[in-house]
Design a protein around this ligand. Sequence first.
Ligand code: BGC
Length: 266
Amino acid sequence: MEKLLANQFALVTGASSGIGYGVARALADAGASVALNYHSHAESAEKLADEINQSGGTAFPVKADVSNPADVDAMFDACRARFGTLDIVVANSGLQRDSAIADMSMEEWQTVLGTNLTGQFLTAQAAVKEFRRRGPTSASKALGKIICMSSVHEVIPWAGHVNYAASKGGIQMFMKSLAQEVAPERIRVNSIAPGAIRTKINRDAWETHTAEQKLLQLIPYGRVGEVEDIGKAAVWLASDESDYVVGTTLFVDGGMTLYPGFIDNG
Ligand code: BGC
């Protein structure tokens, strides 16, 4: 059987670790050729590219700071040079710089907004331009697909993380506004909002048994998420199986957004 994303070309930003790594792997397993963007961890991106290439897929690493317009342009140029075009763009790069409000520096604020919000803006903008330049393709019903990596914190307030929560709240309206703008061209823009996924960004929250038990109080489904959970959602959102899904946030969170604190209260 032909793979779901056969003959399609994808770019995943922040693919050298965590959720981006899992998403890139899943897209490749579904048959897409994948450009693996990284910022500082070339070795991890190269390792993933090797793994994918050795297992019969196609992947290459591409360095860029997604908050920098010139870097983003160069990254898309590299994708065009290698693949000819892109069908799927996952704007995933994201980071945390946590601080209480009175201690939060401008640097912490701007770094988070720069990567998580401006980075997705620049990536999605370049994606729209590339889809328009290339025109319709037989590889997919849509002209192109953009997946924004959001978070449950696009709706759940998060004390001590105002920069991060503001960036993800921003992604919610960025994604929907962009989806509304480009849907008439058959460009599908959607978000995935992961809950607590076991990666190094939240290691403190699951590393010890005590921490994990505390975290599980927030997850009705009773387990911490894995990057594969997000990878599977990304494959579906990138495929024609979700062709009528436009401007939606898909929460993949084990029920974290069900406000489990209300189970025996309220
Ligand atoms: C954050 C994680 C956190 C999770 C649930 C994610 O967006 O990056 O650190 O564990 O949300 O709170």
